[in-house]
Write a protein that binds this ligand. Sequence first.
Ligand code: S3P
Length: 190
Amino acid sequence: MSTNKLSHIPKTIVLVGLMGAGKTCIGKRLARRLGLPFVDADDEIEKAANCSIDDIFELYGEAAFRDGERRVIARLLNGPVHVLATGGGAFVNDATRAQVKETAISIWIRADIELLLSRTGRRNNRPLLKNTDPRKKLETLIAERYPAYEQADIVIESGNEFPDVTVDQTLDTLQDLLLSLNHSIAGVPR
Ligand code: S3P
């Protein structure tokens, strides 16, 4: 196994997709393999607001959360190259999506609804899935958001396989994309 660290990922890699798709899990591993820092946008929003996402929704409402989310992601995209996991609604915002398209490589981590339900059901920390029928809500979000997610540069299916299998597949697809852009990620440890 090569121990070379990749030094030429040209742009920040942004993971998008619904709650429970595995953006954070895949993003952390991807960052490690690429030798890049990992940032979770939701954590950054909580730090900036000094408040949990639950509390932001509760105290200030979803619109205020979305505004903070857009600003935090804009700041991160202006910073050094990293792997960024975004919250499920981020890429639906026109300004955020345009900035991602211009400055980063976007990867849609896509999972089927049964997997999304089982993963999001493990923790009660998503305001949009509280006090509602989670299946119905996820179906609505799928209908509303997939047209935006489909605009990502890369689509990766995430199922029940080990996360590293998904990461391998992501690296291969990323490599193809970067090669087509005249870059190479050969040397990434596998
Ligand atoms: C949201 C997804 C959450 C978080 C917030 C809103 C959404 O992030 O940003 O609860 O609108 O889908 P995850 O996708 O990481 O769960």
